[in-house]
Design a protein around this ligand. Structure first.
Ligand code: FES
Length: 80
């Protein structure tokens, strides 16, 4: 059975992404390389999310792991 995600931080991570590049978003909250996967999800039953940047620019990636729009911040951290 999967463990619950933990809150990495209660605000989004602002990161620069490059259009067409593939990234691995941490969904377990345990990575030390937030908001990206560092393999810490091993044995949690939670898998990272592979996604491709839609454009080049700065994006807000969810740090609280409660968003309904992974990997993007949807404001859910405001009601934790
Ligand atoms: S940081 Fe998770 S919804 Fe904003």
């Amino acid at each position: 059975m999967a463990e619950d995600p933990i809150i990495a931080q209660t605000s989004p991570y602002q990161v620069d992404l490059v259009e067409g590049e593939t990234y691995w978003y941490c969904r377990c909250g345990r990575s030390q390389s937030q908001p990206f996967c560092d393999g810490s999800h091993q044995d949690t039953g939670i898998e990272p999310l592979e996604f491709v940047a839609p454009s080049t620019g700065t994006f807000n990636l969810c740090g609280c792991k409660a968003t309904d729009d992974e990997p993007w911040c949807d404001g859910s951290h405001n009601v934790l």
